[in-house]
Design a protein around this ligand. Structure first.
Ligand SMILES: N[C@@H](CCC(=O)N[C@@H](CS)C(=O)NCC(=O)O)C(=O)O
Length: 341
């Protein structure tokens, strides 16, 4: 009996030895040589990615960039941000102008395949909605027949809008504008009756950009699934893995109660899972090809997923968006990370 177990153990060790960790490609080598991650973000959406007057970027998307930099360099500040419109973002990624997009980008089949990208997770589960001025007296999207609708090109928004109106046998007049600040200006000046985008973008626009936020309502209909997540080019699996697991680490840390505040205490935990996550028991960093303190650095400098959500878009922010689908799976939401082991 004992021998059988021993033999199985030896086989497992050999297997683990054969499966080498690194599929390092030219992307990761170039990022390391440069000493800085180049992250494509939006041109300015409060709570997701926006720069202050000093040029300091914050937001839940910015935190993805910061987490990857913390995993790679031990320093969340080693990021250069490149603002991109919805229309420009995919060319910026394909051409190599940015290493990664963390930019309210919906995970879809064609983007994941034909465009030559890999999505590495979902940092915000969203859905498309409609915002109108209260004075229109509209209570439901079903009452929008004949409306003029402001929309950004190069988005899933544009496609869903057409599908929704067609499916409901309604007509609409699109006002298609690339730059978000021009879309907002057009909508708030009354050049369109409706502004449609991801519900998060509607909340952000109302809270941060509306001259009088109370004048606007977001209609109850959510017409699509918009799982927003980080995306990289095909071609460097190890870099994709680092992006994927940096986000998973933030989610897993929240699940295990590891926060930026208590992480130094947590380093002394006896819990074998926490020891493995934090690299006290080594192995995960080696497998991913980063420092064993990668999760420590992410959580200490950026925070866990819940901290990032709360600070940027949740109750600790002006947006006050409820966790909803972005709550952890253990609390009835969709945020779920595979185990770090
Ligand atoms: N999730 C949709 C829409 C993405 C999108 O561009 N959303 C607007 C929401 S306000 C945005 O981020 N605009 C900011 C910008 O253009 O910089 C997609 O991936 O196509």
């Amino acid at each position: 009996m004992l021998n059988k177990f021993l033999a199985a153990g030896v086989a497992a060790v050999t297997l683990a030895g054969v499966a080498t960790a690194a599929y390092a490609g030219k992307e990761l080598d170039a990022i390391k040589a440069r000493g800085q991650l180049i992250c494509g973000v939006s041109t300015g959406v409060a709570g997701f990615a926006s720069a202050d007057s000093q040029g300091k970027w914050t937001g839940i998307d910015v935190d993805v960039c910061r987490a990857v930099a913390a995993a790679l360099f031990g320093d969340a500040d080693k990021v250069k941000y490149v603002p991109t419109t919805a229309q420009q973002r995919f060319t910026a990624l394909q051409s190599g102008e940015v290493d990664l997009l963390a930019r309210t980008t919906t995970y879809t089949l064609t983007r994941d395949t034909a465009l030559g990208f890999d999505f590495t997770g979902v940092n915000y589960y969203d859905g498309q909605g409609f915002m109108v001025n209260k004075k229109l007296g509209v209570k439901s999207a079903k009452e929008l027949n004949g409306a003029t609708v402001c929309v950004q090109p190069g988005t899933t928004t544009e496609l869903n809008l057409a599908d929704y109106f067609r499916a409901n046998k309604m007509s609409f007049k699109p006002v298609v504008i690339e730059k978000i600040e021009e879309v907002r200006a057009a909508f708030f000046a009354g050049r369109c009756d409706v502004f449609t985008t991801d519900a998060s973008g509607l909340y952000a626009t109302r809270a941060a950009n509306a001259p009088t936020p109370d004048d606007y309502i977001i209609l109850p209909e959510i017409i699509s699934k918009e799982p927003l997540g980080p995306v990289v080019r095909h071609g460097d699996n190890q870099f994709a893995d680092i992006v994927r697991w940096s986000l998973f680490a933030m989610i897993e840390a929240e699940e295990y109660g590891i926060t930026s505040k208590n992480i130094d205490e947590m380093m002394k935990s006896d819990n074998p899972t926490i020891k493995r996550i934090l690299g006290v028991t080594p192995g995960m960093g080696k497998a991913l090809g980063v420092d064993e303190k990668w999760v420590y650095n992410i959580i200490k400098q950026v925070g866990n997923y819940g901290e990032s959500f709360d600070r940027n878009v949740g109750m600790g922010s002006p947006l006050k968006i409820a966790r909803g689908q972005n709550e952890l799976w253990t609390k009835g939401g969709l945020q779920y990370a595979p185990p770090i082991r």
